[in-house]
Design a protein around this ligand. Structure first.
Ligand code: SIN
Length: 279
């Protein structure tokens, strides 16, 4: 347990995540709570808040504590209906591919990938399940061996949103576009300068400086490292009306779809970066 002046945060694991166990209403935060929440967020990278009741505007206002909101390209580029600042999670018995069921960082394909995401889950599967796993990308980088860390530091990777769309069976029409960008494989966190690993399977297509085969092998090694490093991970068990905010650079996440044919519902906002990821 870490106690701030106005917040008590129960660590999910030593390396990642905290549940705010002191009484807090995200719709009506005091100045002190906001300051401390930002501190706790920097310390723990994933924060869990139970028993929240947020309107859509209150959810958006909570996201804006971390920066301006990022409009989702599925709405701005592909014309999906609804508020561009809200990403809907509606998994039902009719869903064919559940959202986020792979280790990833939200929309790393953007030239300015979102720095944070805040997910508000309102309906959980009655029989349980639907947890979200998180993994610490600072630790993922730091637990690689020194020669690999050194070598990765000089590389960049191409991220393409079309790769992610394809996994959901969606192909762009000729007149449509979707974000893509190259980023350093090892990024320095915009606030702390601490290095982190910034490649993920749904969005990263290849390492630019390597041949296709070399890139495939190196990326597979890094993805296996993230998946199998259980010491750098934590797991959030949702209850209805739980909010989780995570650092979208320092953390990757993986939604577990183990509850078919039951349903899980929520909404996510993401926070816009102001500078591109830097090496
Ligand atoms: C996502 O942001 O990828 C969704 C995570 C989740 O549904 O738990």
């Amino acid at each position: 347990m870490k106690t701030y002046r106005t917040l008590d945060v129960d660590n999910l694991t030593p390396n990642l995540g905290g549940e705010v166990v002191s009484s807090i209403d995200l719709a009506h935060l005091t100045r002190d709570q906001i300051d401390e929440l930002r501190l706790a967020f920097r310390d723990r990278l994933v924060l869990v808040f139970r028993a929240q009741r947020l309107t859509r505007d209150q959810h958006k206002a909570f996201g804006r504590l971390f920066g301006d909101l990022h409009p989702h390209p599925a709405k701005t580029n592909l014309g999906l209906p609804g508020d561009p600042e809200i990403f809907d999670i509606r998994i039902t018995s009719k869903t064919r591919v559940a959202n986020g069921e792979a280790w990833h960082s939200d929309l790393s394909c953007e030239p300015l990938p979102p720095i944070a995401s805040a997910l508000y889950i309102t309906q959980t599967p009655p029989s349980g399940g639907g947890d979200t796993l998180f993994a610490n990308m600072h630790e993922a980088f730091e637990t690689l061996s020194a020669p690999i860390r050194e070598w990765l530091g000089g590389l960049t990777a191409f991220h393409d949103g079309r790769k992610d769309l394809k996994a959901y069976g969606f192909e762009l029409r000729p007149e449509q576009t979707y974000p893509s960008a190259s980023h350093p494989v090892v990024v320095r966190h915009q606030d702390t300068g601490r290095r982190l690993l910034f490649v993920n399977e749904p969005f990263t297509v290849r390492i630019n400086e390597l041949t296709a085969h070399e890139s495939e092998v190196v990326l597979a090694m890094l993805y296996r490292h993230i998946e199998t490093s259980t010491r750098i991970q934590c797991r959030v068990r949702w209850q209805p009306n739980t909010v989780v905010v995570w650092d979208n650079y320092a953390v990757q996440h993986h939604a577990v779809w183990d509850y078919y044919p039951e349903s899980r519902t929520g909404e996510r906002v993401t926070v816009r970066a102001t500078v591109p990821p830097r090496a």
